[in-house]
Design a protein around this ligand. Structure first.
Ligand code: RBF
Length: 341
């Protein structure tokens, strides 16, 4: 997942100072206002993508901002936070992360994405003073990194289970923005397993958009899936999910949602919302950092049993979209998940 640019930079062994000069103008100066001398802790939130239509990113920024506010309200020392979006061109992510570290303005760079630890590894070697915290990711060994990992199996299984129960055609679908290890090894297989455990012989149609923003491609794929009989879809594709929603509404098929409570985006079309408590995790982790409590080099794994993954059952739109018999079956599953943990 390393960017081509970063690979080029490291293969040519261009000195850090040149790298920073080349990239600072592109990214950091235009987006940062933090000044280390004004505050004792300076935090950068690095968004690998854009926040619009990606709850996991918007909640990361919100959580860290809340932590800084809370910290500043009670502490003598002060903290500041600067949020930068690296954009949807993944080839630029490594360069932009390097630029951020090269400013040496930020005590810690906080981000969220399973691909970030690998992208950050060479940056960490180049800037050994720089600390990194990653949510929705795992790290091991690097003493300048820490991570919080969600048990995504649970979110995927719960979504698959209700999709399977709801489907009339025994055909559910997952529209992913792109393939990545967590998608291929966890999200897709556990979604499919949830669906077939709920109703045996249910199959999962898996399709790829190719990016995290193309709403018309999202709509096109939804239509193709519906025409082959898929009637419940899980979109994990950022801004492309706007097209999935509009096509699903038009076709009268249904969606299960990930990462946030999204019922109000499409009442009657979205039948479930499973969420990761990213804002809570981001806030706690940033506060842990500010209070010197981060366990560096380690990954903290959180999930359903400790309240970081939730299946929304108290939204009136859940009750009105899903029959009592399906809701009862979900209650039984949720009960058993809680007990088994
Ligand atoms: N999730 C989003 O919601 N929006 C994104 O733009 C986004 N970009 C990603 C890029 C890469 C390279 C990878 C590996 C994951 C990305 N994710 C994104 C997925 C995110 O990490 C997580 O798997 C999903 O949000 C499901 O919780």
């Amino acid at each position: 997942m390393k960017s081509a640019v970063l690979k080029y930079i490291f293969s040519k062994k261009i000195p850090a100072i040149l790298v920073s000069l080349a990239v600072i103008n592109l990214f950091v100066l235009s987006s940062c206002s933090a000044k280390k001398d004004k505050s004792e802790y300076s935090i950068a939130v690095y968004i690998p993508g854009i926040m619009a239509d990606s709850a996991i990113y918007a909640n990361l920024a919100e959580g860290v901002k809340e932590a800084v506010q809370e910290y500043n309200a009670v502490s003598e020392k002060k903290a500041s936070v600067t949020v930068s979006e690296a954009g949807t061109n993944q080839a630029e992510w490594g360069t932009k992360l390097t630029a951020l570290a090269a400013t040496k303005k930020f005590d810690v760079i906080i981000s969220s994405n399973p691909s970030l630890p690998e992208i950050a590894e060479p940056v960490s070697r180049m800037f050994p003073e720089q600390k990194f915290i990653f949510l929705d990711a795992a790290v091991s060994g690097n003493k300048n990194m820490a991570a919080v990992s969600y048990n995504q199996k649970e979110q995927a299984y719960l979504s698959g289970y209700i999709a399977g129960l709801f489907s009339k055609t025994k055909r559910v679908g997952l529209i992913a923005a792109q393939e990545y290890p967590v998608m291929n090894e966890v999200l897709m297989p556990y979604f499919a397993k949830g669906a077939s455990d709920a109703v045996p012989e249910t199959v999962c149609d898996f399709r790829i958009v190719g990016n995290w923003y193309d709403a018309s491609k999202g709509a096109e794929i939804t239509k193709a899936m519906a025409s082959s009989g898929t009637d419940v879809i899980l979109p994990i594709c950022g801004g492309a999910s706007r097209g999935v929603i509009s096509a699903a509404k038009e076709l009268g098929i249904h969606l299960v949602w990930f990462d946030e409570n999204a019922f109000s985006k499409a009442p009657g079309t979205i039948i479930s919302s499973c969420l990761v408590l990213q804002k809570k995790a981001a806030k706690e982790t940033a506060l842990d950092y500010l209070n010197g409590k981060i366990l560096w080099g380690q990954t903290r794994t959180v999930g359903f049993s400790d309240g970081y993954i939730e299946f929304v059952r108290d939204d009136p739109l859940y009750e009105s979209s899903v029959s009592p018999s399906i809701r009862e079956k979900m209650d039984v599953l949720i009960e058993s998940l809680s007990e088994s943990n």
